[in-house]
Design a protein around this ligand. Structure first.
Ligand code: CA
Length: 231
Protein backbone atom coordinates (compact mmCIF):
# COMPACT_ATOMS: atom_id res chain seq x y z
CA UNK A 1 0.00 0.00 0.00
CA UNK A 2 1.43 3.34 -1.00
CA UNK A 3 1.45 5.91 1.77
CA UNK A 4 -0.17 9.28 1.31
CA UNK A 5 1.47 12.49 2.43
CA UNK A 6 -0.55 15.68 2.83
CA UNK A 7 1.51 18.79 2.06
CA UNK A 8 0.25 21.95 3.77
CA UNK A 9 2.08 24.91 2.31
CA UNK A 10 1.03 28.22 0.75
CA UNK A 11 4.01 28.47 -1.59
CA UNK A 12 3.10 26.67 -4.79
CA UNK A 13 6.72 26.18 -5.85
CA UNK A 14 7.51 24.34 -2.63
CA UNK A 15 4.41 22.15 -3.07
CA UNK A 16 5.55 21.29 -6.60
CA UNK A 17 9.05 20.48 -5.46
CA UNK A 18 7.77 18.30 -2.62
CA UNK A 19 5.24 16.51 -4.84
CA UNK A 20 7.95 15.71 -7.35
CA UNK A 21 10.32 14.32 -4.74
CA UNK A 22 7.70 12.39 -2.77
CA UNK A 23 6.20 10.79 -5.86
CA UNK A 24 9.64 9.73 -6.98
CA UNK A 25 9.99 7.93 -3.65
CA UNK A 26 6.69 6.10 -4.25
CA UNK A 27 4.44 8.22 -2.04
CA UNK A 28 1.03 9.55 -3.00
CA UNK A 29 0.47 13.21 -2.28
CA UNK A 30 -2.33 15.58 -1.38
CA UNK A 31 -1.92 19.30 -0.88
CA UNK A 32 -3.63 22.21 0.82
CA UNK A 33 -2.61 25.85 0.64
CA UNK A 34 -4.25 27.12 3.81
CA UNK A 35 -5.13 25.88 7.26
CA UNK A 36 -8.86 25.44 6.75
CA UNK A 37 -8.36 23.35 3.63
CA UNK A 38 -5.71 21.33 5.46
CA UNK A 39 -8.12 20.35 8.24
CA UNK A 40 -10.78 19.43 5.74
CA UNK A 41 -8.51 17.30 3.54
CA UNK A 42 -6.93 15.61 6.57
CA UNK A 43 -10.30 14.59 8.04
CA UNK A 44 -11.61 13.43 4.71
CA UNK A 45 -8.68 11.42 3.38
CA UNK A 46 -6.80 10.43 6.55
CA UNK A 47 -3.32 10.73 5.03
CA UNK A 48 -0.50 8.70 6.56
CA UNK A 49 1.51 11.79 7.41
CA UNK A 50 1.15 15.57 7.24
CA UNK A 51 3.89 18.03 6.31
CA UNK A 52 2.78 21.25 7.90
CA UNK A 53 4.27 24.64 7.15
CA UNK A 54 3.85 26.95 10.13
CA UNK A 55 3.58 30.21 8.18
CA UNK A 56 0.20 30.02 6.50
CA UNK A 57 -2.40 32.62 5.61
CA UNK A 58 -5.50 32.48 7.83
CA UNK A 59 -5.20 29.88 10.58
CA UNK A 60 -1.48 29.40 11.17
CA UNK A 61 0.29 26.06 11.29
CA UNK A 62 0.34 25.81 15.07
CA UNK A 63 -3.39 26.31 15.21
CA UNK A 64 -3.81 23.67 12.48
CA UNK A 65 -1.68 21.25 14.48
CA UNK A 66 -3.74 21.87 17.60
CA UNK A 67 -6.97 21.27 15.68
CA UNK A 68 -5.65 18.09 14.05
CA UNK A 69 -4.71 16.66 17.43
CA UNK A 70 -8.08 17.63 18.94
CA UNK A 71 -10.10 15.83 16.26
CA UNK A 72 -10.50 12.08 16.78
CA UNK A 73 -10.49 11.59 13.00
CA UNK A 74 -7.02 13.10 12.61
CA UNK A 75 -5.33 12.91 16.03
CA UNK A 76 -3.36 9.77 15.14
CA UNK A 77 -1.84 11.19 11.93
CA UNK A 78 1.84 12.00 12.39
CA UNK A 79 2.80 15.61 11.69
CA UNK A 80 6.16 17.02 10.62
CA UNK A 81 6.29 20.78 10.89
CA UNK A 82 8.24 22.95 8.48
CA UNK A 83 9.67 26.07 10.09
CA UNK A 84 11.89 28.98 9.16
CA UNK A 85 15.03 29.56 11.21
CA UNK A 86 13.40 32.63 12.75
CA UNK A 87 10.63 30.48 14.23
CA UNK A 88 12.76 28.45 16.63
CA UNK A 89 10.31 28.96 19.51
CA UNK A 90 7.33 27.90 17.36
CA UNK A 91 8.97 24.59 16.67
CA UNK A 92 9.01 23.83 20.43
CA UNK A 93 5.35 24.82 20.69
CA UNK A 94 4.60 22.59 17.69
CA UNK A 95 6.23 19.59 19.34
CA UNK A 96 4.32 20.32 22.53
CA UNK A 97 1.12 20.39 20.50
CA UNK A 98 1.82 16.86 19.32
CA UNK A 99 3.90 17.25 16.14
CA UNK A 100 6.26 14.29 15.67
CA UNK A 101 9.23 16.09 14.18
CA UNK A 102 10.28 19.33 12.52
CA UNK A 103 12.44 20.35 9.61
CA UNK A 104 13.94 23.80 9.27
CA UNK A 105 13.68 25.65 5.96
CA UNK A 106 15.54 25.65 3.69
CA UNK A 107 15.81 21.86 3.72
CA UNK A 108 17.07 19.34 1.23
CA UNK A 109 14.41 16.97 -0.15
CA UNK A 110 16.65 14.07 0.78
CA UNK A 111 16.78 15.14 4.43
CA UNK A 112 13.03 15.67 4.56
CA UNK A 113 12.29 12.26 3.02
CA UNK A 114 14.60 10.58 5.52
CA UNK A 115 12.65 12.24 8.34
CA UNK A 116 9.32 11.19 6.81
CA UNK A 117 10.44 7.59 6.54
CA UNK A 118 11.73 7.61 10.12
CA UNK A 119 8.43 8.92 11.47
CA UNK A 120 6.40 6.41 9.43
CA UNK A 121 8.63 3.60 10.65
CA UNK A 122 8.05 4.64 14.26
CA UNK A 123 4.29 4.65 13.76
CA UNK A 124 4.41 1.18 12.21
CA UNK A 125 6.49 -0.21 15.08
CA UNK A 126 3.84 1.03 17.47
CA UNK A 127 1.09 -0.65 15.43
CA UNK A 128 2.95 -3.96 15.40
CA UNK A 129 2.63 -4.25 19.16
CA UNK A 130 -0.98 -5.23 18.78
CA UNK A 131 -0.92 -8.08 16.29
CA UNK A 132 -3.91 -9.91 17.73
CA UNK A 133 -7.18 -8.24 18.61
CA UNK A 134 -9.63 -10.02 20.87
CA UNK A 135 -12.96 -8.45 21.51
CA UNK A 136 -16.16 -10.23 22.46
CA UNK A 137 -16.42 -13.36 20.32
CA UNK A 138 -14.12 -11.88 17.69
CA UNK A 139 -10.40 -12.60 17.36
CA UNK A 140 -8.36 -11.06 14.56
CA UNK A 141 -4.81 -12.29 14.05
CA UNK A 142 -3.23 -9.66 11.82
CA UNK A 143 0.01 -11.55 11.21
CA UNK A 144 -1.72 -14.77 10.21
CA UNK A 145 -4.48 -12.90 8.37
CA UNK A 146 -7.06 -15.00 10.13
CA UNK A 147 -10.33 -14.15 11.83
CA UNK A 148 -12.07 -16.31 14.41
CA UNK A 149 -15.55 -16.15 15.88
CA UNK A 150 -15.81 -18.05 19.15
CA UNK A 151 -12.37 -19.51 18.31
CA UNK A 152 -13.63 -21.02 15.05
CA UNK A 153 -11.86 -19.82 11.90
CA UNK A 154 -13.92 -17.65 9.59
CA UNK A 155 -13.04 -17.59 5.92
CA UNK A 156 -12.78 -14.02 4.67
CA UNK A 157 -11.75 -12.96 1.19
CA UNK A 158 -8.58 -10.86 0.96
CA UNK A 159 -10.64 -7.70 0.42
CA UNK A 160 -12.94 -8.45 3.33
CA UNK A 161 -9.96 -8.94 5.60
CA UNK A 162 -8.33 -5.72 4.40
CA UNK A 163 -11.57 -3.89 4.99
CA UNK A 164 -11.92 -5.23 8.53
CA UNK A 165 -8.27 -4.54 9.30
CA UNK A 166 -8.46 -0.98 7.98
CA UNK A 167 -11.54 -0.27 10.08
CA UNK A 168 -9.98 -1.78 13.22
CA UNK A 169 -6.68 0.04 12.76
CA UNK A 170 -8.57 3.33 12.50
CA UNK A 171 -9.41 2.87 16.19
CA UNK A 172 -13.00 4.00 16.10
CA UNK A 173 -12.57 6.80 13.57
CA UNK A 174 -15.09 6.99 10.76
CA UNK A 175 -13.60 6.13 7.38
CA UNK A 176 -15.27 7.41 4.25
CA UNK A 177 -16.13 5.10 1.39
CA UNK A 178 -13.72 7.10 -0.77
CA UNK A 179 -10.94 6.48 1.69
CA UNK A 180 -11.67 2.76 1.84
CA UNK A 181 -11.89 2.48 -1.94
CA UNK A 182 -8.69 4.37 -2.44
CA UNK A 183 -6.76 2.35 0.12
CA UNK A 184 -8.13 -1.13 -0.45
CA UNK A 185 -9.08 -1.14 -4.12
CA UNK A 186 -6.83 1.69 -5.26
CA UNK A 187 -9.49 3.54 -7.19
CA UNK A 188 -8.82 7.22 -7.48
CA UNK A 189 -12.25 8.56 -6.90
CA UNK A 190 -15.59 7.13 -6.20
CA UNK A 191 -18.27 6.94 -8.79
CA UNK A 192 -21.64 5.51 -7.82
CA UNK A 193 -20.76 1.98 -8.86
CA UNK A 194 -17.45 2.06 -7.02
CA UNK A 195 -18.74 3.28 -3.69
CA UNK A 196 -21.24 0.46 -3.85
CA UNK A 197 -18.31 -1.97 -3.97
CA UNK A 198 -17.51 -1.01 -0.38
CA UNK A 199 -21.10 -1.50 0.73
CA UNK A 200 -21.28 -4.91 -0.90
CA UNK A 201 -18.13 -6.08 0.87
CA UNK A 202 -19.31 -4.67 4.18
CA UNK A 203 -22.51 -6.66 3.79
CA UNK A 204 -20.71 -9.98 3.19
CA UNK A 205 -18.24 -9.22 5.96
CA UNK A 206 -21.03 -8.55 8.43
CA UNK A 207 -22.72 -11.80 7.51
CA UNK A 208 -19.53 -13.72 8.29
CA UNK A 209 -18.94 -11.93 11.58
CA UNK A 210 -22.36 -12.97 12.84
CA UNK A 211 -23.09 -11.42 16.26
CA UNK A 212 -19.95 -9.32 16.14
CA UNK A 213 -21.17 -7.63 12.95
CA UNK A 214 -22.75 -4.98 15.18
CA UNK A 215 -19.28 -3.53 15.69
CA UNK A 216 -19.18 -2.31 12.11
CA UNK A 217 -21.22 0.83 12.30
CA UNK A 218 -22.68 2.59 9.28
CA UNK A 219 -22.32 6.37 9.25
CA UNK A 220 -25.04 7.45 6.89
CA UNK A 221 -24.00 9.01 3.58
CA UNK A 222 -20.35 8.83 4.57
CA UNK A 223 -18.80 5.54 5.51
CA UNK A 224 -18.08 3.13 8.32
CA UNK A 225 -16.34 2.79 11.65
CA UNK A 226 -15.39 -0.07 13.93
CA UNK A 227 -16.66 0.03 17.49
CA UNK A 228 -14.11 -1.63 19.76
CA UNK A 229 -15.51 -0.48 23.09
CA UNK A 230 -17.14 -3.24 25.10
CA UNK A 231 -20.84 -2.61 25.46
CA1 CA B 1 4.45 29.47 4.14
Amino acid sequence: MRETILIVEDEKDIIKMLEYNLKREGFKTLSATDGEAALEVAARYCPDLILLDLMLPGIDGLEVCKNLKANTKTAHIPVIILTAKSQESDKIVGLELGADDYVTKPFSPRELIARIKAVLRRVKEKDKLSEVLKIGDLTVDFSKIQVYIKNKPVELTAKEFELLKTLIKAKGRVLSRDYLLDNIWGFDHAMEIQTRTVDVHIRTLRKKLKGEARRIITVKNYGYRFEAEED
